[in-house]
Every structure is written in C-alpha cells, then in structure tokens.
Design a protein around this ligand. Structure first.
Ligand code: ADP
Ligand code: MG
Length: 226
C-alpha cells in the first residue's frame, strides 16, 4: 500500500487556468490550420487528403478534450464563491458519469453524507468530474467505484475509490503534473486542473494506490461555518 500527500500552496490561482486554456488549444488549432491549408495543394492524392483530414479531426478532438477538462461547467462571469453541499454536487457529477460507468460494467456505490464547504460550484464539479472520470477510465474491464463524503471534526472529507489499474510510485509522484498521461489519447490536464481547484478551495488531496488493486483519493476541505 502506498500513500502520497499532494502539497497544497494556498495562493495558487484558478485565474491562471483561463490563460492556460487559450494556450493549450492554440497548438491543436495551429495543426488543423496547417493541414487544411495543405488540403488546398493541387492534385493531391486521395490518400494524402484522407490522411490530412484524419489528422485535422484528431486535433479537433484533442482541443475538445482539453476544453472538457477545464470548462465543462463554465458560465460567463461566474467566479462566485458560496456555501455548497458536497453531497448534492457529487450526486450531480456521478449522474453525469453514470452512463460511462455502466458502459464499462462499473458498479457505483454512493455513501454520501451531507457536508457544507465554501467554494465555487463550477470548480467543484469540474474537479470531481475530472477525478471520477479517471477512476472510471482506470477500470476498463469493470469494477467498483465508491464515492463517499463525511464530516470529520472541522473538515469535510470526500473519498473516491476505484478497483482499477492503480499507480506506481512514479505515477503517484507525477499526479497533477501537466501533460503527464499514461493514456493513448490522454491530455494529462485533468488532474492538474483538479489539484488547482482543490487548492483554491483550501483543500488537500491524498493518494493511496496499489498497482492492479486500485486507487483511493481522499480530498479534505475545511467545513463551512454553520
Ligand atoms: P489523462 O486522464 O488525460 O491521462 P489526467 O491528468 O486526468 O490526464 O491523469 C493523468 C494520469 O494520472 C493518468 O494518465 C493516469 O496515469 C493517472 N491517474 C489518474 N487517476 C488515476 C486512477 N484513478 N487510477 C490510475 N491512474 C490514475
Ligand atoms: Mg483524465
């Protein structure tokens, strides 16, 4: 069994994310532009055309995946910080991901006790969407996804447990590092975005993982005053 604590820097900012996203999607867009220009080449073989079109489509899919990691819930001008119930918000995220879990023969167990924290609802949802999606992707041959929330002293604790592929120590150390991905079409941005959002909500993240056994993420937030 291995344990890791992701260190939290309080001042880290989500406003960086807005700058990051335009940077991130510029690369795929540049590639798409280049290949569309190439398609204008006179007497291009059908084979070359097909290849260029496929590359352009792959890059558009990549841009879409990047936007999904950052901005699934984004609404214009909403960086409101409010009291939110983690159990309600987690239920919403689970509902969104349930079809994906069912397609992969994953059973979802919810053990959600009410708990209030202070944060931005969109960030909270994006963060847990990215983390839970990874847990589902870690179980390509099915398994059990257990999501719980409970109060502990002055904290609200959320755990996301999967019975998936697990992580090596090196992979755990790189959790949250931009562009680190072990997936063929991964962006390596989902955990980075999630970790930043947890930081802005004054939370901490612990990882416990064992290869071929599974991973448990424990996210702890300060409880909102009553
Ligand atoms: P992506 O999902 O696009 O690869 P992420 O930033 O979301 O990018 O995740 C980075 C990497 O962290 C993944 O490729 C995977 O290796 C590892 N990872 C994250 N969550 C889990 C998990 N629950 N089980 C196993 N590996 C995980
Ligand atoms: Mg991911």
């Amino acid at each position: 069994m291995r344990l890791k604590l992701v260190k939290v820097k309080k001042m880290e900012v989500v406003s960086q994310l807005a700058a990051s996203i335009s940077h991130e999607i510029r690369n795929p867009l540049t590639v798409v532009k280049g290949f569309i220009q190439l398609l204008k080449t006179p007497s291009l073989s059908q084979d070359a055309k097909d290849r260029y079109i496929q590359i352009a489509l792959d890059e558009i899919n990549r841009a879409e995946a990047i936007i999904n990691e950052y901005l699934t819930f984004a609404k214009p001008s909403s960086n409101k910080v409010e009291r939110l119930m983690v159990d309600d918000q987690l239920r919403k995220v689970i509902q969104m991901l349930a079809p994906m879990a069912h397609m992969n023969s994953i059973e979802i167990v919810e053990e959600l006790q009410p708990g209030a924290i202070i944060g931005n609802i969109q960030y909270f949802q994006q963060c847990f969407l990215n983390l839970i999606k990874n847990s589902i992707e870690a179980m390509p041959n099915g398994g059990t996804l257990t999501i719980s929330s409970f109060l502990h002293g002055n904290h609200v604790i959320i755990t996301i447990k999967d019975t998936g592929v697990g992580m090596t120590t090196e992979q755990m150390n790189r959790f949250g590092e931009p562009y680190f991905s072990t997936k063929e079409k991964g962006t390596g941005l989902g955990t980075m975005v999630a970790v930043k959002m947890i930081q802005t909500m004054q939370g901490t993240l612990h990882i416990q993982s064992e290869v071929n056994k599974g991973t448990t993420l424990t996210i702890t937030f300060p409880k909102a005053a009553n």
